[in-house]
Design a binder for this molecule. Structure first.
Ligand code: NDP
Length: 779
C-alpha cells in the first residue's frame, strides 16, 4: 500500500511485536517447567499446558504441584525467613532494588511473554502491567529502607501464602511479593493455571537479583494448589480472585490465627453527569471496560448516565466502539485482545445470551476467526436490579442505566454487593467531590479511570474483600505488632446467694438510646466479690443483636459529623465519668475485689481523652502519584462495629472498644464484660447525659457466645472485634464470610489494657477504611 493510499483510507497497518525472544526463553527452559522452590527449579512433573489464548497454541507445559511440593516450599520459606528479616531494611532494599532494575532491563521480554500467555494487547502489558510491576518493587525497596525508622514496633509476619489470578499475572505477583519481602517475610506464591509463565520468568529474575534461596517460592497448578497453600503452615494468606473463592478461604482460615487479606471482585459504577466532558468520558470508558477485555476486578462495568445526556452519550459511545480494533494481541495498534481461555469465553457468552433485557449493541468490528475473542458489547436500558447490572461478567461487556439526580446516582451506584472502585465524571469538581465520599468503594477516580500506583492503596469493601495493597496502609497487612501478648485467662464470675441488699436492681439493655428489656425475658444474677447480690443482668439473644443493628443503622448521621463534634462528645463523656469517679470506682472494687477501681476509672477517662484527641487528628494523606493530580487517601468510618469487650478490666475494656470506634464515626454494638456486666449498665447512664446520639452506642449484656454468631453473620454489621475471654475467634471469622466483614479477634491472647497495647493506632486503623480518591488536574 502506498503512502497516498494510506492517507486516503486512514486504515491501520499491522504493527506486530516480535515474539521470538520470549518464545526462545521458553525453549531455553526446555518448554517444560517445574516449581521454583528453595532457590532452584524442580524437575518438571506431570501437569498441564499453558496456551496462547489468541491462537490456541501450546506455549509450555507446567507442573501440577502436590501436597509434598507445597510442604517443601513452605518449609524452605520458613527456614529462610529469620535470616531474611535479620538482613535488615537496607539489605532487603538492595535486593528489591535489584529486582526492580532487572524487571526494567527485561521489560520487553516480560511484556511479550505476558501478552502471549494472557492474550492482553501488548500496548497494555508494555505500557501498564510491566511498568506498574517495576514501580511496585522500587516503591517497596523504599519501604524496606524506611521500615526500621518509620514502623517501630512492627515485625514481619513470617511466611506468606499468596494466590493470584490470571488477569494481571505479573502485576498481581508484584503487588503481593514486593510488600511481603520489604517487611521481612518470605513467600510461597501460586500463579493462576492459565498464566504462570511470567511468574516463572520472575523466579529466574530472583536468582539473578541475589534473592536468597527460600525467600521466594513459586508453585504452579490448578485451584487445589491454592487450597493446599491456604491449609499449609503459613502465617498469612493474601488472595486476589473471585468472591466465591475468597469466601471459602475466609472460612478455611477462620480460627487458625492466619492473617488474611482478600482482593475480590467488583461491579464498579462509572457515573457520567450531564455536565461531563462527554468525549473524554467515552474515551475513559474504553479504558474502563475494554482495557484487558474487561477482565479487570475494578472495571467500570456499570455505566450510569444522567438522563438528559444519555442518548447523546450512547450515540458517541457506539460510534467509538465501532472503531475499536480487536485482534492479534501482539499487534501494537490493537485495542482489544483475546479472552484468557475458551472456558472464560463460554462463561461470558452464556451470561450475555441469557439476558433478554435492554438493548444490546456489539461493536461492528472485524472479529478474528481463531482464538478466544468476544466483541466489545454495550447493553443499555437495564434496570438496576437486572442480573447483568448485579453480577460480575468479567468480560468486555458494559451494562448501562440512567439516573436523574446526584442522590439517585449514589443510590444506584451503591446498589451492589461489591465495593471496589468507582469513576465520577463531571466538570463540576464540587459535585464530583461531594459524590466521591458517598460511594461504597475503596477507590474513586474523578474524571478518569483505572489509575494505579504503588503509593496509593488499592482494595475494596463489602464483597470486594478487605485489606489494601500499596501505600503505607498496605504494609499493615504484612507486619505484626511485636508487643508481648500473653494467653488470656478467663475470669470466673463471682458467685453468691441471697437477695439484694436494699432495693431490687434489674438492669436493661441499651438499644437506640433507650433502656430495653431483653427479648428472651431472662436475666441472671450478678454478685459482688464478697458474694452479695448486686443486681440482675439481662441476657441478650440474637433478636436483641438485630434490634441493636437496626438502631445503629438508623444512627447513620453519626458518620457525617465532624471530628470536632465527636471529640466534644467524648470529652463530655470523660467529664461526666470524672464527676462519678468514686461511684464507678466503688462499683469496680465491689465487683472485682481489691482497690484498683480508681486506677481503672482514671484510665478510662484518659482513654476517652486519647480518642477525643484523635477524633480530629487521624488524618488521611495526599499521595504524590505520578500523574498531574493527587490521590487523596481519606479515612472513612468502617460503619457498624460489633465488639465483644474483655472480661477485665470491665470499664476500661468497654471504653477502649467504644471510644476509638465512635471517634472515627462508627456506630457500635458492645457486648459488655461477661463476669462484670453491671458496670456497663451504669456506663450507659453517662451516655444519656453526654449528648451521644441514640443508636451510636448500643450495649448488650449476657453470654458472648449467644451474641458472637449473630454479630458475625449479620449483613448489616461491617466489622466484628473480639477481646472476649470466650473462645469465639473461629466462630466470628467463619460467620464473617457471609458479607466478608472485617474482623479483629484475639485468638485467645490477652492484651494489657493499661499499657500501650490497650490504645492507639491499631484501634484507629481497625476503625477506619482508607478510600483513595484520584483527582487529576490541569486543563
Ligand atoms: P478464582 O478465584 O477462581 O482464582 C483466583 C486464584 O485462586 C487462581 O490462582 C486460582 O487457581 C486460585 N484458586 C481457585 N480455587 C481456589 C481455592 N479453592 N483455594 C485457593 N485458591 C484457589 O478467580 P479467577 O482466576 O477466575 O479470576 C477472576 C476473578 O478474580 C474475578 O471475579 C475478579 O473480579 C477477581 N479479581 C479480583 C481482583 C482484585 O484485585 N480485587 C483482581 C483480579 C481478579 P487457578 O487459576 O489455577 O484455578
Amino acid at each position: 500500500m502506498s503512502v497516498k493510499e494510506i492517507f486516503e483510507t486512514m486504515d491501520y497497518g499491522t504493527a506486530p511485536e516480535n515474539a521470538s525472544e520470549a518464545l526462545a526463553w521458553i525453549v531455553d527452559q526446555g518448554g517444560q517447567f517445574g516449581h521454583f522452590i528453595d532457590g532452584a527449579f524442580t524437575d518438571p512433573g506431570a501437569g498441564f499446558d499453558s496456551k496462547n489464548p489468541a491462537t490456541g497454541d501450546v506455549l509450555a507445559t507446567l507442573t501440577q504441584a502436590t501436597d509434598a511440593d507445597v510442604t517443601r516450599a513452605v518449609a524452605a520459606a520458613r527456614k529462610a525467613q529469620p535470616k531474611w528479616a535479620a538482613l535488615g531494611g537496607h539489605g532487603r532494599a538492595r535486593v528489591l532494588y535489584a529486582i526492580a532494575r532487572l524487571l526494567q532491563k527485561h521489560s520487553r521480554l516480560f511484556a511479550v511473554l505476558e501478552t502471549l500467555d494472557n492474550g492482553k494487547p501488548i500496548r497494555e502489558s508494555r505500557d501498564i502491567d510491566v511498568p506498574l510491576a517495576q514501580r511496585h518493587f522500587y516503591y517497596h525497596a523504599g519501604m524496606a529502607q524506611l521500615m526500621d525508622s518509620e514502623l517501630p514496633g512492627r515485625a514481619a509476619l513470617g511466611v506468606c501464602g499468596q494466590i493470584v489470578p490470571w488477569n494481571f499475572p505479573l502485576l498481581m505477583l508484584a503487588w503481593k511479593i514486593a510488600p511481603a519481602l520489604a517487611m521481612g517475610n518470605t513467600v510461597v506464591l501460586k500463579p493462576a493455571e492459565y498464566t504462570s509463565l511470567t511468574a516463572l520468568l520472575f523466579a529466574d529474575i530472583c536468582m539473578q537479583a541475589g534473592v536468597p534461596k527460600g525467600v521466594v517460592n513459586i508453585v504452579t497448578g490448578y485451584g487445589d494448589v491454592g487450597e493446599m497453600i491456604v491449609n499449609a503452615d503459613v502465617d498469612k494468606i493474601a488472595f486476589t480472585g473471585s468472591t466465591a473463592v475468597g469466601r471459602r478461604i475466609r472460612q478455611a482460615t477462620a480460627g487458625t490465627g492466619k492473617s488474611l487479606t482478600l482482593e475480590l471482585g467488583g461491579k464498579s459504577p462509572y457515573i457520567v453527569f450531564d455536565d461531563a466532558d462527554l468525549d473524554s468520558a467515552v474515551e475513559g470508558l474504553v479504558d474502563a471496560i475494554w482495557f484487558n477485555q474487561g477482565q479487570v476486578c475494578c472495571a467500570g462495568s456499570r455505566l450510569l448516565v444522567q438522563e438528559p445526556v444519555a442518548d447523546a452519550f450512547y450515540t458517541k459511545l457506539r460510534a467509538r466502539m465501532d472503531k475499536l480494533r480487536i485482534g492479534n494481541p501482539l499487534d501494537k495498534s490493537i485495542d482489544v485482545g483475546a479472552i484468557v481461555d475458551p472456558a472464560q469465553l463460554d462463561a461470558i457468552t452464556a451470561m450475555v445470551d441469557a439476558n433478554s433485557a435492554g438493548h444490546m449493541h456489539q461493536a461492528a468490528v472485524d472479529m478474528p476467526t481463531n482464538g478466544s475473542f468476544f466483541p466489545p458489547t454495550l447493553i443499555t436500558g437495564l434496570h438496576p436490579a437486572d442480573t447483568l447490572m448485579q453480577e460480575e461478567i468479567f468480560g468486555p461487556v458494559l451494562v448501562a442505566t440512567t439516573f436523574r439526580t446526584p442522590t439517585e446516582a449514589v443510590e444506584v451506584a451503591n446498589n451492589t454487593r461489591y465495593g471496589l472502585a468507582a469513576s465520577v465524571w463531571s466538570e463540576n469538581i464540587n459535585l464530583a467531590l461531594d459524590v466521591a465520599p458517598k460511594l461504597a468503594a475503596g477507590v474513586v477516580w474523578v474524571n478518569g479511570t483505572n489509575m494505579f500506583d504503588a503509593a496509593a492503596g488499592f482494595g475494596g469493601v463489602r464483597d470486594s474483600g478487605f485489606g489494601r495493597e500499596g501505600g503505607w496502609e498496605g504494609l499493615g497487612a504484612y507486619t505484626k505488632d511485636v508487643s508481648p501478648h500473653k494467653p488470656l485467662k478467663p475470669v470466673s464470675p463471682n458467685t453468691g446467694k441471697g437477695g439484694p441488699e436494699g432495693l431490687d436492681r434489674t438492669a436493661k439493655l441499651y438499644i437506640g438510646g433507650k433502656q430495653t428489656r431483653p427479648d428472651s425475658g431472662y436475666s441472671a444474677p450478678s454478685y459482688a466479690k464478697n458474694g452479695t447480690l448486686i443486681g440482675h443482668v439481662p441476657q441478650a439473644n440474637r433478636k436483641d443483636v438485630r434490634n441493636a443493628v437496626e438502631a445503629a443503622i438508623a444512627a447513620k448521621g453519626w458518620a457525617k459529623t465532624t471530628g470536632h463534634l465527636r471529640a466534644q462528645i467524648l470529652y463530655y463523656l470523660a467529664e461526666n465519668l470524672s464527676a462519678r469517679r468514686e461511684g464507678f470506682a466503688d462499683a469496680l472494687n465491689a465487683a472485682q475485689g481489691g482497690k484498683g477501681g480508681t486506677k481503672e476509672v482514671d484510665a478510662a477517662i484518659s482513654c476517652l481523652f486519647t480518642y477525643a484527641a484523635w477524633a480530629d487528628k487521624f488524618d488521611g494523606q495526599a499521595h504524590g502519584v505520578p500523574i498531574r493530580g493527587v490521590a487523596l487517601a481519606m479515612k472513612e468510618p468502617v460503619g457498624i462495629i460489633g465488639a465483644l469487650c474483655p472480661d477485665a478490666p470491665p470499664l476500661l475494656g468497654l471504653v477502649s472498644c467504644m471510644a476509638p470506634a465512635i471517634a472515627m464515626g462508627n456506630r457500635v454494638i458492645l457486648a459488655a464484660s461477661e463476669p462484670y456486666p453491671l458496670i456497663a449498665t451504669d456506663f450507659y447512664q453517662l451516655l444519656d447525659t453526654s449528648d451521644v446520639p441514640a443508636g451510636v452506642v448500643n450495649i448488650l449484656t449476657g453470654p458472648h457466645g449467644d451474641m458472637a454468631g449473630a454479630l458475625a453473620t449479620h449483613m448489616g454489621v461491617d466489622a466484628v472485634w473480639s477481646f472476649s475471654a470466650s473462645d469465639l475467634s473461629a466462630e466470628i471469622e467463619t460467620g464473617a464470610a457471609t458479607n466478608l466483614k472485617r474482623t479483629w479477634v484475639n485468638h485467645g491472647m490477652g492484651r494489657d489494657w493499661f499499657g500501650s497495647a490497650g490504645a492507639g493506632k491499631a484501634f484507629l486503623e481497625a476503625a477506619t477504611e482508607v478510600k483513595n480518591i484520584w483527582i487529576p488536574y490541569g486543563e
